[in-house]
Design a protein around this ligand. Structure first.
Ligand code: G4P
Length: 541
């Protein structure tokens, strides 16, 4: 009996694929997500994901600021089934609501799909998100989108990805033209021509894709795409076969080689072949490192960690919701679990799962799934929750470098206590980071955020929840680095040789950091202090 139960849990976990889609705004993340959901039958018509901002706005009352601005500060998870797989897509908020949560979401994913606009190549936000994926060593798949528009040369796109991101590429398919001359792709793996036949109809699911199995040497290929295009295709694929990277699945699984797919999400071209190949190549839930050793998703009992906290869902109660990534075993509603940091048993009675904008109660969930649980104020980001039969502590979630800084001080000096309480509590939730001049008391703080919207959230919450008015002054810094090691023989950060506009601060844990106004200043500091070691992420706590 027990074996049967274990077998059932194992097969549920093995069919799970949990990934995030990363991109620069406008590259087509929403469009691709929507097409993937359509294949999974999770949505019935196009436009549902696109409209999510409005729909969320209508159904959620999470934060006043959301309503005021009509945007979403929250991220969600979309779960659907496709050909036996259970797929969890983690939404990584972009645009104005880009925040540290966007990075943290990547800590919960087992792989990432990077969407790149074929006419633009690698852009700023992709670069930032990619760094986090790289740090984790998870598989990264590339979807080069908008091939129905004039795109950059395909080889230039490959060298852009390799040069900018430092990852090898292996094109699984290769485009035949782009824009008006886009004829489709040649699938190198299955030796298949997938012909693009755009008829002006971009409605999802209606676009027909003709695919023909055909060796490149088949003379009929020329009839289908024209002799000129065939000549170019032959030349290019020969170059790829000779000088390109072979598909090495070991490198893919370590995030050292990215399988690349060309397509056009809007016209639904190349999406399904991508999905099928991706599901084949990507990983089921990965083992995670805990202090006690590796936690195996299949054989260990229930465990998970909190990667995000959504504060203030209901202002009257100051309640919060914690997002939990399940790392091993099975979770059941009403289950008694162990909160590792507090060393206490707790019962989780109302777990919910988020399908786009709707929240529904779940009875069971498995490794790979994301659930959200009510937080009476006991959870912090990075906390482990597990079965008390096997207590583990997962490595914490690193703190990511903010890019916008402001000096914040309270207007009414008599409210010092509330000011400290408010800024510290909001920082503990992970919405902002606070820094101080070393050795100084908290009369004022330097607030660092990943996305500027968080400044508004801070001002709003300090006023609404703590009754404090603050004055905020933007600071010209853009980069912050944790000091990992001082030059040999140096005992104080004050002894560092720094440019006049570089500043030493400390975080709430007492770690010392440097604030820089440009990358040039970072290089300057490193060149003038041999042995100084700086880091873009704080160490896991
Ligand atoms: P994002 O989530 O990454 O920010 O991008 P999103 O999917 O919203 O796409 C950004 C714009 O690019 C949208 O146009 C979308 O229709 C378009 N787009 C996405 N994929 C493709 C593609 O394969 N080919 C072409 N030609 N366009 C594509 P928009 O005009 O900004 O929005 P909308 O008014 O069409 O909704």
């Amino acid at each position: 009996m027990d074996n049967q139960v274990n077998e059932a849990i194992r097969s549920e976990i093995e069919r799970r694929r949990t990934f995030a889609i990363i991109s620069h705004p406008d590259a087509g993340k929403t469009t691709l997500t929507e097409k993937l959901l359509l294949y999974g039958g999770a949505i019935v018509e196009a436009g549902m994901v696109k409209g999510k901002k409005n729909m969320r706005h209508a159904v959620s009352d999470w934060m006043e600021i959301e309503k005021q601005r009509g945007i979403s500060v929250t991220s969600s998870v979309m779960q659907f089934n496709y050909e036996g797989y259970c797929i969890n897509i983690l939404d990584t908020p972009g645009h104005q609501d880009f925040s540290e949560d966007t990075y943290r979401t990547l800590m919960a994913a087992d792989s990432a799909v990077m969407v790149i606009d074929g006419s633009k190549g690698v852009e700023a936000q992709t670069r930032k998100l990619f760094k986090v994926c790289r740090m984790r060593g998870i598989p990264i798949f590339t979807f080069i989108n908008k091939m129905d528009r004039e795109a950059l040369d395909s080889f230039d796109l490959m060298s852009d990805i390799e040069g900018e991101l430092g990852i090898e590429t292996c094109p699984i398919n290769w485009p035949i033209g782009s824009g008006k001359n886009f004829q489709g792709v040649y699938d190198r793996l299955h030796k298949k021509l997938i012909k693009f036949s755009y008829d002006g109809d971009t409605i999802a699911g209606k676009h027909e894709v003709a695919s023909v199995e055909m060796e490149l040497t088949d003379p009929a290929l020329g009839e289908l795409i024209g002799e000129e295009a065939l000549e170019k295709l032959l030349e290019e694929t020969e170059l790829l076969d000779g000088a390109g990277h072979p598909l090495d699945m070991d490198m893919v699984s370590h995030g050292e080689l990215s399988p690349v797919f060309f397509g056009s999400a809007l016209t639904n071209f190349g999406v399904e072949p991508f999905l099928e190949e991706f599901l084949h190549m990507t990983t089921s839930p990965l083992p995670r490192q805990a202090k006690e050793g590796t936690v195996d998703p299949l054989t260990d009992p229930f465990s998970g960690f909190v990667f995000k906290i959504q504060a203030n869902m209901n202002r009257a109660h100051r309640d919060r919701v914690a997002f939990l990534r399940i790392c091993s075993g099975k979770f059941e509603k009403g289950m008694e679990v162990y909160h590792s940091k507090e060393g206490k048993k707790i019962r989780i009675s109302q777990p919910t799962q988020l399908m786009a904008q709707d929240r529904s109660i779940v009875d069971e969930a498995y490794a790979g799934d994301i659930i959200s649980i009510f937080d009476p104020g006991i959870f912090s980001i990075g906390d482990t929750i597990c079965d008390s039969r096997k207590i583990v502590h997962f490595q914490g979630i690193p703190t990511f470098a903010p890019e916008h800084f402001a000096r914040v001080r309270q207007v009414d000096t008599l409210k010092r206590k509330q000011f400290i309480k408010g800024t510290s509590e909001i920082a503990e939730e992970g919405a902002i980071q606070i820094f101080q001049d070393p050795g100084k008391s908290m009369e004022e703080v330097i607030v660092g955020v990943v996305g500027t919207l968080q400044f508004d959230v801070l001002l709003y919450r300090l006023k609404a929840e703590y009754g404090i008015e603050v004055r905020m002054e933007n600071l010209p810094y853009e980069y912050i680095r944790w000091i990992r090691a001082l030059p040999e023989g140096m005992s104080e950060a004050n002894d560092l040789t720094l440019s006049s506009d570089t500043r030493i601060v400390q975080d709430i844990h007492g770690n010392l950091l440097l604030l820089f106004s440009s990358e040039w200043n970072i290089d300057w500091a490193l060149n003038h202090n041999k042995g100084l070691t700086l880091a873009e992420f704080s160490e896991n706590e």
